[in-house]
Ligand binder design. Sequence first.
Ligand code: SF4
Length: 350
Amino acid sequence: MSATASDLRHDWNLTEVRALFEQPFNDLLFLAQTVHRRHFDANRVQVSTLLSIKTGACPEDCKYCPQSGHYNTGLDKQKLMEVQKVLEAAAEARAIGSTRFCMGAAWKHPSAKDMPYVLKMVEGVKALGLETCMTLGRLTQEQTQALADAGLDYYNHNLDTSPEFYGNIITTRTYSERLQTLAYVREAGMKICSGGILGMGESLDDRAGLLIQLANLPEHPESVPINMLVKVEGTPLAAEEDVDPFDFIRMLAVARIMMPKSHVRLSAGREQMNEQMQALAFMAGANSIFYGEKLLTTGNPQADRDMALFRRLGIKPEKRQDHADEVHQAAIEQALIEQRDSRLFYNAAL
Ligand code: SF4
């Protein structure tokens, strides 16, 4: 293992990233796990909840996305949610253990009319003691500053793939516009969540190219979601070939090595992965998940499955960074203990 493998670097090139991808699987995983343990508790995973605050009819043409207005996917469209409803959802997410609440709107960019509502959502969720994250599309510098002033912690803005492949997937915006918004987010002092998708027909060099773009930013994104394409009927990528699961794990491992201090998020597509693959993903250095999609009713089966898997693997939810809410953390851990004692949990001792 190279002595510099765990250093924070911003000068990665294609040759060396290819070499990482081409390592034998076990060597790559060992390196990723070694890097991971230098910077994180290997048995903690950060847990976020995602809520769509405005769904569908998006003017962008991202070929993977069922929310694009360019494709007919039979999706239920929804206008911007009321602030109160968003806050209720955030309170429920908090009650079942999420530490970060991510709000996503299917927009090209937020309008002046919508901004006041969006800002109220940020203020309200923050007041509940949750970390806040939003994804609203392209931002102006003024909008970015207003979000930061309202208390937004993270802005999600994915680069999706390499600059070379980007035009095959999206034609309604450019890579440089994406980078511009990311630069505004940094200037405003917020944290960045940015990653990409595997399974869109990209080459290995495109996967490497995406990671190079992210790792060579002036600061690494604090959160790097790595998504597996969820093929949705009606989108142009519905018939793409499946990604080899080991190639997906390799991507997580290389992301971990290149951005050692970032949270690498096992993101969209996780529901399609079996438990063994998720366990391998955590071993490769993934340490963040969306916890039970639409987990907004008690007894959500996905949330229960997630907690059961954590328990079986001895993983605990990561504590909040500011440690301001020890009581909340204790409540999460108590909930885990209670769930372990219920029949929801597999008991390895039996
Ligand atoms: S901008 Fe977002 S919501 Fe709109 S089509 Fe692209 S991925 Fe979907």
